[in-house]
Design a protein around this ligand. Structure first.
Ligand SMILES: [Zn+2]
Length: 359
């Protein structure tokens, strides 16, 4: 049995049981699907192009800041209206083009802290409208990240939201313990080290709280992961903890590897660390920092190659009256970013063994 044999599987955005079955399949077959943070139609295209190239499903996700960027930086965002609008616009753009790339796509929203809940509420409203119209939500899944709050409050808020999401067949990703580093304006670089490693008991408490509400939830637990790429420091990634989570939850539930785990802050991780995570039931891995660099590097290389052609509209090394339009047209240099990001997406999929998984 392959991915296309999953009932309801199709090219384009998938949701509900179909999306969940894909994650279950990935867990069983020991690969993970990377989720790439997107901020524009251009970055979405880079991810879709890569998915098509390696004939594998991909995930596209929007952070709160990335969503606001999608709507436009000039827009007022006091009540998260730009973030809501941008997330909806990003989701609709992805839905409009994804099927044409011939691969299944999971559409997700990234970290949502307590103060960003109005953004989450806005996306759920859009999901409901889409659900009433078509029978499926706009997004496939959303992440709640209340990890800065006490564990009890984190679980209570997750349970409350999950109960609203279940009737729309939305998947919930939640975070317990803290991913270190800095991302999307959230600075966890000063968090104490014990918060950076979640215990098996705490991870199981999430399962206990959410499983009675619905089955479609994933857990981003902290095992020393850090957002961003830094020089090797004193925070050490401990993927063996993920195995401990599964073992503990397995003993409690009587099911083998019952948890669906998500790997955050994996930029700069060693291949063996990633492999160990996937073996422990990681089905999704977030990628932002490394593709940000790749997108920039595309322009950087283009600029270095054509520097003499990019100093004015007219005049270059071939002659002082020669026009440079064919170099400064955004389609030229933005495309270089897309190609560079696409290559990085392919590499990430390969690291997670998500290559030719649609074959
Ligand atoms: Zn994250």
């Amino acid at each position: 049995m392959g991915i296309w044999d999953i009932p309801g599987m199709k090219p384009g955005v998938i949701t509900g049981e179909v999306a969940w079955a894909l994650l279950e399949y990935a867990k069983k077959e020991k690969f993970a699907i990377p989720a790439f943070n997107c901020t524009s139609s251009s970055t979405v295209i880079a991810v879709l192009e890569a998915g098509k190239k390696i004939n594998s499903p991909v995930m596209i996700q929007w952070s709160e800041g990335g969503s606001a960027f999608m709507a436009g930086k000039s827009m007022d965002n006091k009540n998260k209206q730009a973030s809501i609008l941008g997330a909806v616009a990003g989701a609709q753009f992805t839905r409009a083009v994804a099927a044409a790339y011939g691969i299944p796509v999971i559409l997700h929203s990234d970290h949502c802290a307590k103060k960003l809940l109005p953004w989450f509420d806005g996306m759920l409203k859009a999901d409901k409208e889409h659900f009433d119209l078509t029978g499926e939500p706009l997004f496939s899944s959303h992440m709640l990240d209340l990890s800065e709050e006490p564990d009890d409050e984190n679980l209570a808020i997750c349970a409350e939201y999950f109960a609203k999401m279940v009737p729309m067949n939305l998947i919930l990703e939640m975070e317990i313990g803290i991913t270190g580093g800095i991302e999307d304006g959230v600075d966890n670089s000063a968090v104490s080290n014990d918060k950076l490693y979640t215990t098996p008991e705490t991870v199981y408490s999430v399962h206990e709280k959410l499983a009675p509400i619905g089955k479609m939830f994933t857990i981003a637990a902290a095992f020393g992961n850090v957002h961003g790429v830094y020089k090797p420091g004193n925070v050490k990634l401990r993927p063996e903890l993920l195995h401990d989570y599964q073992k503990y939850a397995g003993e409690k539930t009587g099911k083998e590897m019952p948890l669906m785990l998500v790997f955050h802050g994996g930029s700069g991780s060693l291949p063996e660390e990633i492999e160990s995570g996937v073996k422990a039931g990681v089905v999704k891995m977030n990628v932002d920092t490394d593709t940000q660099w790749a997108y920039w590097e595309g322009v950087l290389k283009f600029y270095k190659k054509y520097e003499g052609y990019l100093q004015g509209q007219i005049g270059n090394p071939d002659g002082e009256d020669k026009p440079n339009k064919d170099k400064y047209d955004p389609r030229k240099w933005v495309r270089e970013s897309e190609v560079s990001m696409c290559d990085r997406v392919v590499l990430q999929c390969e690291m997670l063994k998500n290559k030719n998984t649609l074959a």
